[in-house]
Design a protein around this ligand. Structure first.
Ligand SMILES: Nc1ncnc2c1ncn2[C@@H]1O[C@H](COP(=O)(O)OP(=O)(O)OP(=O)(O)O)[C@@H](O)[C@H]1O
Length: 234
């Protein structure tokens, strides 16, 4: 459970010291030529160290959009987002924020272990250390046996577990996951969440998971709901 109900809490110390990301009346409108889609409207929320948050809502309600804004992929079209503990938007990934995409996102020419070690290599880690860390992460997520496979040789669920390992290998302080269990059967989903929670235990790393799965929601401590682009933070 979050230490404090932050929706209304004033930003006094020590609350300020715990804020990984905060969105203040954030909106996002996509424009494709003359067509405008308002995906998110005036969303206000904060993620603290150690939070475990489920982001729920109907398909098309704006969950992915909010996660991508919190992950700093794009600036919002209105409102402000800040990452007080993490730094500027350009420096967030992969060092501070791990992101698990809804769609398959492994690089096709690289093996599973090469995909998983890549964030560390991009951060300047030595090849030996990166390989060692990637092996440990694959073990944690239970897919060591897939290390040398190419993405095209994986099932959707196996590819998603590799993406989870990749998101965690750099020990980010915030993990944003877009439907990470969407392609997994119940047992595999449960095992993967067990592995994620075990790996995150005691690290302070916060987790926000967009999901339609009630079994995932009940394992998290807070629930945010989006409907038609409007976010409700309980
Ligand atoms: N790149 C884009 N260009 C235009 N419209 C977009 C784009 N991305 C999303 N949208 C629209 O923004 C709205 C919110 O989409 P979003 O993907 O955030 O919803 P979601 O809640 O994550 O849906 P789902 O549960 O199906 O993944 C939808 O109407 C969608 O069609």
């Amino acid at each position: 459970m979050s230490l404090i109900n932050l929706k209304s809490a004033p930003l006094h110390e020590p609350v300020r010291d715990l804020v990984l990301v905060e969105a203040d009346h954030v909106g996002c409108t996509y424009s494709n030529g003359a067509a405008l889609t308002v995906a998110l409207q005036s969303a206000t929320c904060r993620v603290l160290v150690n939070d475990r948050i489920a982001l729920v809502g109907p398909s098309g309600s704006g969950k992915s959009t909010l996660l991508q804004l919190l992950g700093g992929f794009e600036p919002p079209t209105s409102g402000c987002i800040a990452w007080p503990l993490l730094g500027a938007r350009e420096q967030l990934r992969p060092r501070h924020i791990g992101f698990i995409f809804q769609m398959p996102s492994l690089l096709p020419p690289l093996s599973v272990i090469e995909n998983v070690e890549l964030p560390l290599l991009l951060l300047g880690e030595s090849t030996d250390l990166a390989r060692q860390s990637a092996k440990i992460e694959l073990e944690r997520i239970g897919i060591s046996h897939l290390a040398d496979k190419l993405p095209e040789e994986l099932s959707g669920g196996q590819a998603q577990r590799a993406a989870v390992a990749r998101s965690m290998v750099g020990k980010p302080r915030l993990i944003l996951a877009d439907e990470p269990t969407g392609q997994l059967d119940h047992r595999t989903a449960r095992d993967m969440l067990d592995a994620m929670f075990a790996a995150l235990h005691g690290t302070g790393t916060a987790l926000v998971i967009a999901t339609h799965d009630p079994a995932v929601v009940e394992r998290l401590e807070q629930e945010w709901t989006i409907r038609n682009g409007y976010l409700e933070v309980l």
